[in-house]
Write a protein that binds this ligand. Structure first.
Ligand code: ADP
Ligand code: MG
Length: 678
């Protein structure tokens, strides 16, 4: 059968399967299953494996275990903090086990005496046996069958029995025609089973080995399709790119202006970027460097090179505060060389905007700096040769592409302070070349970091006050939880009022948050930069990029709510000069994870190390910001753990011409990006 016909068949609506009908198909649609293809890619969330059940006396505390038995009694209670706890005594052939669930009040209607259950979780103790449940399934008679039985995540109205019969049906009817994208040689080289074997064994594994092989192949398949889809979006243009050949000596002029010497690491990445810019192939480069490594000046020199070569450059930043700051920093180093620069953001007035757009269109502006405002449709350039994107993880693939589309295949440089493993970067962002600034400017002292519990809060603020007396400045960050921006801003306002009327009474304090008018934000930032404001109370709007060298203390309230990379970014606001700086994390950690994060912050100032830890703790979806990357669409591959597989998939993706597979690729990844931020 031809691929087209095969795909037509696989994309048939589930409604026409035996036993589905309109009502069930509506239920299935709710969990994103519309076609036979979607159904095949709905993999079990767990497996009941009778052969893996251990006798109760062989269980080991701290390890995972699975048991199966009959619930004989249940008891619900609440912890001191009010968390719901449900305990059930489960009688098994291996002895009685106490099973415990936390924080799931609705379970009382499901976990009932007399029902049969399979469950797995962490063994907490063995005398008596207690398991903290992570997966469970109420069993029907047929589930007692020997072998490995799949358990599907489901929706009300579709029982496990129905799932299994559906899967049996589609495997029998559709599997023989399922397309195989790998040839035998590729399967052999990448050590993978056939797609038919994989789909059969992921749903109904004969044993553990065949399950593992199936998972391996399908995770590979998923990464491969993801990469092929991404390739299409980030395809290097086959048209020739811009050749940047300097006609004026602006770069040297700018260099001469710098109040410091570039580090060898900066010089190295500048060489890499310049070589790309001079070549006729369009540059597509990711510049990684820890917070404070000095990426901005690298971007400034690249932009100076573009201007010297007769082109315009654009720099896009994720927040208005950062865009304004970049505008100023660039102005400082570029204006004497005669480079004309303008700033365009959401709060540029209509009149100013019209004028800036006009000048940009005519080529009277050399460098346009701004926020998302740059990608609006009516922004046009005379001759855009270089696009720079700062803190690129805040933007989606499409937003990057939208800015690049304003030039004729311009060079692109994207910058990030969240260093991630190379393979992950390549998988998440498509085909990029990577440069790393692996060295901080000289004289920086590592920021001393300490976690303090709330009862020592006064100590933290007294310390901050001492630093102010010594002539330095302080940030205090209140967390911003997106769900309730209003409340968080209120918290910041309260804290601001508290501090400026008590411990910081004699000093000027400022307040900064996302709901302020831009003019007010600018004013607060300006006064903080000039040193008029000593204490800046702020939400996470200062997270990225803000650069005030005289600030030496960063206090983070509720530090337990932040991820590691975010804490590291926040800490990066201090320690930007030769002054000793301090970061105090006020926290009440309730989980092991939160304690681990705080500990990691205390022991390390190394963004690469912390990013790795963060990736392991959170997984790549959260880590990279899932909404930006569509990585949350991965059902089976796990980029924190499957990096070797991802590397193989990348290699393989280069061997495959995606054109004939287009329908197959888009069946799995119709869109690759979620909604954009901001
Ligand atoms: P990031 O890489 O986090 O974006 P920035 O570009 O904001 O870092 O640079 C941080 C600070 O370091 C800035 O104040 C900048 O002027 C300064 N800086 C950059 N390069 C050097 C250098 N080679 N020597 C000394 N200071 C530098
Ligand atoms: Mg920066």
């Amino acid at each position: 059968m031809l691929l087209g016909e095969t795909m037509d068949k696989l994309l048939e609506k589930v409604q026409y399967l035996k036993g589905v009908g309109p009502q069930r198909s509506r239920l299935l649609a709710r969990i994103g299953i519309h076609s036979v293809f979607d159904l095949l890619w709905h993999f079990p969330r767990a497996y009941i494996d009778r052969s893996s059940l251990q006798p109760a006396h062989q269980l080991v505390p701290g390890e995972q275990a699975g048991i199966m038995g009959t619930i004989v009694a249940t008891r619900s209670s609440r912890s001191r903090r009010g968390m719901a706890i449900l305990a059930a005594a489960v009688e098994t052939q291996q002895g009685t086990v106490q099973a415990v669930w936390f924080n799931q009040p609705f379970l009382e209607d499901i976990i009932k005496a007399g029902r049969r259950i399979w469950l797995s979780g962490k063994v907490k103790s063995i005398l008596p046996v207690e398991i903290h449940v992570s997966e469970y399934e109420i069993l029907e008679e047929e589930d007692w069958a020997p072998g490995i039985v799949p358990v599907y995540s489901t929706t009300e109205g579709i029982s496990q029995k129905v799932w299994r019969s559906l899967m049996n049906q589609v495997l029998e009817k559709y599997l023989p025609d399922y397309p195989e994208i790998l040839d035998p040689d590729q399967r052999q080289r990448f050590e993978l089973c056939t797609i038919q074997e994989a789909l059969t064994n992921i749903h109904f594994p004969a044993d553990r080995t065949s399950y593992k092989l199936a998972r391996q192949r399908l995770a590979f398949e998923e990464l491969l399709l993801f990469l092929l889809r991404l390739q299409e979006l980030t395809q290097k243009d086959s048209r020739p790119g811009v050749i940047h050949l300097e006609k004026r000596d602006l770069v040297q002029k700018v260099r001469d202006q710098l109040p410091y010497q570039l580090t060898p690491a900066q010089e190295k990445v500048i060489r890499e970027i310049f070589a790309d810019m001079e070549s006729p192939q369009a540059m597509n480069r990711l510049l990684q460097g820890d917070v404070g490594a000095g990426k901005t000046v690298v971007a400034a020199l690249a932009m100076a090179k573009a201007v010297a070569s007769g082109y315009q450059a654009a720099l896009m930043a994720p927040t208005e505060i950062l865009a304004v700051q970049h505008g100023q920093a660039l102005h400082d180093v570029l204006w004497e060389a005669g480079i004309r620069l303008a700033l365009l953001t959401g709060s540029t007035t209509a009149a100013q905007r019209a004028e800036i757009l006009d000048q940009t269109r005519r080529g009277d502006i050399d460098i346009l700096v701004g926020t998302h405002a740059l990608i609006q449709e009516d922004v046009t350039f005379a001759n855009l040769g270089l696009v720079v994107i700062d803190e690129q993880h805040r933007f989606g693939v499409r937003q990057r592409a939208a800015l690049a589309a304003k030039g004729d295949n311009p060079d692109t440089l994207v910058m990030t302070a969240t260093p991630i493993p190379r393979t992950l970067a390549l998988t998440a962002y498509g085909n990029l070349d990577i440069s790393v600034i692996d060295q901080l400017p000289p004289g920086r002292k590592p920021v001393k970091t300490k976690y303090l519990p709330y009862k020592l809060r006064n100590k933290a603020y007294n310390f901050a006050r001492q630093q102010v007396i010594a002539g330095h400045q302080v940030y205090v960050v209140c967390p911003l939880v997106e769900e309730s921006e209003k409340q968080d801003i209120q918290a910041a306002v309260n804290l601001y009022d508290e501090l400026r009327t008590s411990i910081f009474r004699e000093y000027e304090a400022g307040l900064l948050h996302g709901r302020l008018r831009q003019a007010d934000k600018d004013q607060v930032m300006q006064r903080f930069k000039k040193g008029e404001i000593k204490l800046l109370v702020t939400t996470t709007v200062v997270e990225v990029g803000v650069d005030v060298a005289n600030a030496t203390v960063m206090i983070v309230e509720h530090a337990e709510r932040f991820g590691l990379s975010q804490l590291h970014q926040l800490r990066g606001r201090v320690g930007r000069s030769a002054l000793q700086s301090y970061c105090i994390l006020l926290a009440e950690p309730h989980t092991d994870e939160a304690r681990r994060r705080l500990r990691a912050m205390e022991v390390s100032n190394d963004g690469f190390y912390l990013a790795q830890q963060d990736l392991l703790i959170r997984g790549p979806g959260d880590f990279l910001g899932v909404r930006q990357h569509g990585l949350d669409q991965l059902k089976i591959a796990n980029l924190a753990k499957d990096l070797i597989l991802a590397e193989k998939a990348r290699q393989c993706s280069r061997e495959i011409d995606p054109a004939p597979w287009y329908n197959y690729i888009t069946a799995r990844f119709p869109v690759i990006e979620g909604t954009a931020m901001n």
